[in-house]
Design a protein around this ligand. Sequence first.
Ligand code: PAF
Length: 278
Amino acid sequence: MKIVSTITEYKNARRQIGGSLGFVPTMGYLHEGHLSLVRRARSENDFTAASIFVNPSQFGPKEDFATYPRDPDKDLRLLEDEGTDLVFMPAPAEIYPEGYSTWVNVEKITERLEGAVRPGHFRGVATVVCKLFNIAEPTRAYFGQKDAQQVVVVSKMVADLNMNVEIVIVPTVRESDGLAMSSRNVYLDPQERQSALVLWKSLQRAKELWLGGERRADAIRSAMTAMIESEPSAGIEYISIARPDNLEEIEEIRSPVLVSLAVRFGKTRLIDNMMLEA
Ligand code: PAF
């Protein structure tokens, strides 16, 4: 496995790669969710590359950029074990040199849900993903369904800017009790970790109601709200039932919908989602 930290080194390594390249962009602190992306990339491409870069521009001023968990040595071991060919680990100045001033702004869909609560987040995500695609030159890029809105934003950017990369969406990986894997789960104390199970339980309740014939989004949202509010440490930021393509809220479920939610447990903010589709 080749590890590089500059764009020049990456480009030199990329030139040696003939055939298809599967690319997994990450912010490190890898877990089974990331590794499932790497495995999928390996199974569908001749070569696999990953990036590890905690992107400062997607964190708000009051968010956890400085304390975001980092363990590059372990990440590299895990990537090596999965058979990754190439790892790009740039320093922030490599991606945002002094005087950097170009940003990618995907409109409308970035103003809802995560975008409404975390202004500027998707401008940072779209910009870094665009730059990483230009650097990495992948055939396919792999993203987890766990960050559902990120997938919608990246897919829209790729379509609108005619980028030459296929976006592959990989199902969320969960702990055995249903908690979606996330690097931020490490922030939860044992009590919060237990309470956080309500995310998955409320999504399952939504599915149950829908399977039972409930089509009113409000009724499903109310049932989820009641369930989550029964956990004293849970603070709901949003529960959304929306069209999966443009994330517009819907009133009556007639076609597939994305149910997504963001909930705080103490200082930790967790997101999760589920598609309701035939
Ligand atoms: O999902 C993430 O880890 C990040 O948002 C990404 C796509 C690597 C961009 O920094």
